[in-house]
Ligand binder design. Sequence first.
Ligand SMILES: [Fe+2]
Length: 308
Amino acid sequence: MATTRPAKTTPADITAAAAASFEACSDSRLRELMQSLVRHLHAFAVEVSLSEEEWREMIAILTATGDITDERRQEFILWSDALGLSMLVDALAHELPAGATESTVLGPFYVPGSPLREYGESMAVESGAGIPAWVCGRVLDVSGAPIAGAELDVWQNGADMLYAVQRPEAEEDHLRGRYLAREDGSYAFIAVRPVPYPIPDDGPVGRMLEATGRHPWRPAHIHMIVRARGYETVTTHVFDAASDYLDSDTVFAVKPSLLRTFRERSPDDPERPAGIDGPWVSLENDIVLAPSETDEDGGAVVDPGRTA
Ligand SMILES: [Fe+2]
């Protein structure tokens, strides 16, 4: 008597079984995320005919990513940034009204708890950090009204290309600070002119960039998170419009609306602010916040949490 053997198990059977394993998940969003993840991950493997050797290499890369990540180095965010995922998630999360300042990546160098500084105060704690830059502007709503008390949480690199968090010997509060907008929405601080820098490229992300012929550079920028009660918090950059790499930022973070021009100033310029000696630059940059759509306290002044 002939017996019917089960049909050969196909790749599609494996994908279906893995996806079905989440059917009983009581959290519908988690179920959706896990089932879609399985389907897309499997579809990727099928599309490229992923070999066992390549699969082992992927595991090794993820292992190396975990190994190099600590409280000062966040290689997972670097992967997200270098693959364009950070910018994509940011775009999906923020549909801003016309005129509102656009967001861009947080990046791996944000450290919460920057010191609160006075209007016009320098955030360069160490000397020789770079060319002094007077940065000023107003924080406004989309109608042009000032937002008094808005907080700007600012951080940047110095002329050595490094953020303080990248140098164990650095003064902790070097080139970072929080500033409050005055009654008329105006703010000002002394920064240094930022310079292009390579993202940390001595780990798995750097090896990927090298292997694929990509460079690790980012154009010069200053980071800001701007928060005010009743408004959407915006995480953004100001890019130096004269920088290299504006058209090939390795983390895809450049948006044309965020480019600003640093004006070069001479030491005897009558507008030279107190606290600046020698040649300097200035930059004007208004920030426009969208009204909060999430809750009454949207945009409340809360650190979003350490990422690196
Ligand atoms: Fe940066």
